[in-house]
Design a protein around this ligand. Structure first.
Ligand SMILES: Cc1cc2nc3c(=O)[nH]c(=O)nc-3n(C[C@H](O)[C@H](O)[C@H](O)COP(=O)(O)OP(=O)(O)OC[C@H]3O[C@@H](n4cnc5c(N)ncnc54)[C@H](O)[C@@H]3O)c2cc1C
Length: 515
């Protein structure tokens, strides 16, 4: 496989023209000069006028804001917007791909800075795997750029549409969290525009307070500009996958504990309707990377046309229509039936390993575009809990039973194993998580919210944590019950230091940290 030339300037995955490519490089080279000018207020290149407010939605469709949206393309423009906000008392909410399920990237009473057009891959060093990119680059751009060169992003979420900036602000995890940690652990350096307008280079040693707090910092201290992430070398276009049926929680926990040292990725799907001896029954997918020489079709099968998710189901039905076929089942009894069917069908391929492409394995949730529309005319929330390994099984059993008692059962539940990491507001810990999707209608909203308040108590009693990328319901006062006091104190003090005029805010921040 032809690896990329060392330190080559490259374009984003969006097929930009050669002139756009040149422009991006010039902008990058000019940055320090621009920065000085901007600090003196001399940059006249980018005029700020606030456009008409538009509806900006949470991914789960459970909340929205009406906000003016600015879409900068360069770091100089972002700097200028921050300056403007500081001098005009404007409140900015940063937004990447908008893939957070709740209100983490919407901003009532303020504007949105949508960073998805700030999206160029700038440099790649094939000898180290280090890739430098603007923070609006998506995971999709990263893997599409990397795979034909024999590299894969070290950590990916279940969807490929988050940006690097959004992923770092939430410090996302993948199905390999137990083995390689969160995305922040693979970022050796970034430039960061603090809310009060300073551009700082951050590494674990340089401006380390910012390094460890901007990663996981919910976009509240400033904006990631250029990020260096270390891509993982791969030697095959496919991975070996084992599907394994587990009849209850005990079997699922046992399998994870026995297998994690021999696995690169592990993910469990759980039928939340299972009860009695079948409480926590489900299906695990374990996968391992192939070693050099094991994949006979390499590097041919790393070409994008062999990796991209198919756009048609059975080669006929456009995938974008698939949610319409799922829609008739989108009521509790229908979903009970679908979950049970999925569980039973697992026995057909139980323990029979097969080969699967990287994108197909990693981005299962992108398989059916717009699947969230099955929740319409309502919407959905995801409630993900992280529990220490000592209490996880009992707590998850209690959570599932409690949901069943309240007759609000998750339609999709996903189980993962985790390890702790050093970032200030991280969600991860030495244990397990369960992500649960719940349907909501306006008529059931208060009941679902009340259920999550009850589940909060189970999680907190079991020394668990929550994840802001998924949260829509957390009440003020809960954060201080699961974060160490010193972490929260440090977060508030860094916020004061780097954002003295408090220009950065989102609805999530106001709901959880300001109320
Ligand atoms: C289908 C689906 C599956 C998912 N699977 C997983 C998973 O497996 N693991 C996981 O960990 N998460 C998962 N997520 C959650 C998702 O990875 C996170 O919400 C991630 O933060 C989204 O990135 P984004 O670019 O869309 O950010 P947004 O949602 O737009 O913003 C997230 C946060 O980042 C801030 N922000 C955005 N850009 C910047 C920037 N340049 N600088 C500073 N702050 C910024 C925002 O203010 C906000 O606080 C999933 C989401 C979906 C919809």
């Amino acid at each position: 496989m032809a690896r990329a030339a060392k330190k080559k300037q490259v374009n984003s995955g969006k097929n930009k023209s050669v002139s756009a490519k040149k422009k991006s490089i010039q902008t990058k080279n000019k940055l320090p000069e621009n920065k000085d000018k901007l600090n003196k207020g001399e940059n006249q290149g980018f005029k700020i006028s606030l456009p008409h407010p538009e509806k900006v939605q949470a991914w789960g469709m459970n909340s929205h804001s009406l906000s003016s949206v600015l879409r900068p393309k360069t770091s100089a423009e972002i700097v200028e917007i921050f300056q403007y906000a500081n001098s005009h008392s404007l409140k900015i909410g940063l937004r990447g791909g908008g893939c957070s399920y709740g209100d983490a990237s919407i901003n009532n009473d303020g504007i949105i800075l949508d960073l998805s057009d700030y999206n160029k891959i700038l440099e790649f060093d094939a000898s180290s795997g280090k890739l430098k990119a603007e923070s609006g680059v998506t995971i999709k751009q990263l893997w599409e750029y990397g795979i034909e060169r024999g590299f894969w992003p070290p950590v990916v979420s279940g969807t490929m549409y988050p940006t690097l900036g959004g992923a770092l602000s939430m410090n996302i995890h993948g199905k390999n969290n137990f083995a390689v940690g969160t995305i922040g652990e693979h970022v050796s350096e970034f430039t960061f525009l603090t809310a009060n307008g300073k551009i700082l280079k951050c590494t674990p040693k340089l401006n380390s307070d910012l390094y460890y707090s901007a990663i996981s910092g919910l976009g509240m201290l400033g904006c990631f500009l250029e990020v260096i992430i270390k891509m993982k070398p791969i030697h095959a276009g496919k991975m070996k996958v084992w599907p394994v049926v587990t009849r209850n929680f005990q079997e699922m926990f046992n399998y994870f504990e026995q297998e994690y040292k021999q696995s690169d990725y592990l993910v469990g799907w759980v039928d939340a309707f299972g009860s009695g001896k079948g409480l926590g029954r489900g299906l695990i997918h374990k996968s391992v990377h192939l070693q050099e020489g094991e994949d006979k079709d390499f590097p041919e099968n790393c070409k994008l046309e062999n990796q991209n998710l198919p756009t048609r189901f059975l080669g006929i039905i456009p995938k974008s229509w698939m949610w319409l076929f799922m829609k008739p089942f989108s009521f509790p009894l229908g979903m009970k039936f679908v979950n049970f069917g999925k569980y039973l069908s697992g026995f057909l391929s139980n323990n029979k390993p097969y080969m699967q492409g990287h994108a197909e394995y990693a981005f299962l949730l992108d398989y059916v575009p717009n699947w969230k529309y099955i929740y319409k005319p309502g919407y959905m929330i995801q409630y993900q809990v992280f529990l220490p390994k000592e209490t996880a099984k009992a707590a998850m059993e209690e959570i599932f039973l409690h949901c069943q008692k309240r007759k609000i059962v998750s339609w999709l539940a996903v189980f993962k194993k985790h390890r702790p990491d050093p970032f200030l507001l991280t969600h991860s810990l030495d244990g397990f998580s369960m992500a649960m999707d719940f349907p909501v209608k306006n008529s059931t909203r208060s009941k679902v919210w009340a259920l999550t308040y009850e589940l909060d108590e189970i999680v907190l009693r079991n020394k668990g944590k929550f994840y802001f990328a998924k949260d829509a319901t957390m009440r003020p006062g809960i954060a201080k019950r699961f974060f160490p006091e010193k972490n929260l104190k440090q977060f508030y003090s860094l916020k004061k230091k780097y954002d003295p005029k408090s220009i950065l805010q989102t609805d999530l921040y106001k709901r959880v940290f300001l109320s």
